[in-house]
Design a protein around this ligand. Structure first.
Ligand code: CO
Ligand code: CO
Length: 311
């Protein structure tokens, strides 16, 4: 692979965005994400996908600058109105983030796909990575877990509209506020919770930081309906794979049921920020952000495991 002295993080670290230093000392961040529809409503899908794409910039402590659309769409099979609605959802979410969508690329494809390439900027000293977590740090999560389970239930039409709505609201919420408030304090490690699930992303932080994490399962907040849906057998393939992977690095105390393990490993779409702060900063962040953020555990010195979850 070709390397370049200006590249600060790339895909070899498990960070959320590429970080490149420009000659004038400024730092640019860049990230790309796109996926197939997870809800029926095209406008909402556009909003969720854009919020998810923007999240990696927020998870690095950066500010987004502009974005490009990535679109795949079955031009012959589906109405152009649907495509317009998807892109309007994306544009409105980008506007909420304070940035324009300045271009993009689309292809004809059997299954619709949508997402953004997002470019952002940051101050080098303030960039958050996965590798800075320290023993004693408090672990905070800013959105409830369960979007993977509920998205699967939506596809199977096995979910009430109120449960679907709560999950949709959570997925389309930008991590902008969480990021901006966290920038006033000093998080030691930050990532956003997406496909690898809560435990998977926490394992990344622990392994990159050479520490371990103790999680209190009771402190993890789940979206309404998620716990019931798992007990009804709604288990996304990605979440099952996450659990298989997590078990190599995680001690699940015997009081945890297999459904509880799956819930903790549920693959998220547009999940919240997962932050580790020194105790005083954690307190201040929780006060400033409000009740939706939860303290779920603590970073400890490196153990034989990466993550332990107690009930
Ligand atoms: Co990420
Ligand atoms: Co990403």
């Amino acid at each position: 692979m070709t390397t370049n002295d200006s590249v600060i993080t790339d895909y070899t670290s498990t960070d959320d965005a590429a970080v490149v230093r420009l000659d004038n000392g400024k730092i640019i961040l860049q990230t790309v994400d796109f996926f197939t529809p997870i809800v029926d409503d095209p406008y909402t899908f556009g909003q969720i996908s854009a919020a998810n794409s923007l999240s990696d910039i927020y998870a690095m402590g950066g500010h987004p600058l502009f974005a490009l659309n990535i679109v795949a769409f079955p031009i012959q099979k589906l109405s152009h109105t649907i495509l317009s609605e998807i892109m309007q959802g994306g544009a409105d979410k980008a506007a909420e983030a304070g940035i324009p969508i300045v271009g993009g690329h689309s292809i004809d494809d059997n299954e619709p796909k949508y997402g953004l390439v997002v470019t952002g900027e940051a101050i080098e000293e303030n960039i958050w990575t996965n590798s800075g977590a320290k023993p004693g740090d408090q672990i905070i999560l800013t959105k409830p877990i369960g979007t993977g389970i509920i998205s699967t239930a939506i596809k199977k039409e096995k979910v009430s509209s109120s449960i679907a709505l709560a999950a949709t609201e959570s997925m389309k919420t930008l991590n902008k506020k969480a990021s901006e408030i966290a920038q006033k304090f000093s998080p030691n490690a930050v990532t956003d919770v997406t496909g690898f699930g809560l435990v998977g992303h926490l394992i990344e932080i622990c392994n990159a930081s050479d520490v371990s994490a103790n999680i209190n399962y009771k402190q993890i907040e789940f979206l309404p309906g998620a716990i019931d849906l798992v007990s009804e057998g709604i288990i996304p393939g990605g979440s099952k794979r996450n659990l298989d992977h997590a078990e190599k690095f995680t001690v699940f105390r015997s009081s945890l049921s297999s459904n509880q393990k799956l819930l903790a490993c549920d693959a998220q779409t547009s999940g919240g920020l997962l932050l580790t702060f020194p105790p005083d900063d954690a307190e201040e962040f929780l006060k400033a952000f409000g009740a939706k953020a939860k303290r779920i555990g603590e970073i400890v010195y490196k153990k034989t495991y990466s993550v332990a979850i107690d009930n």
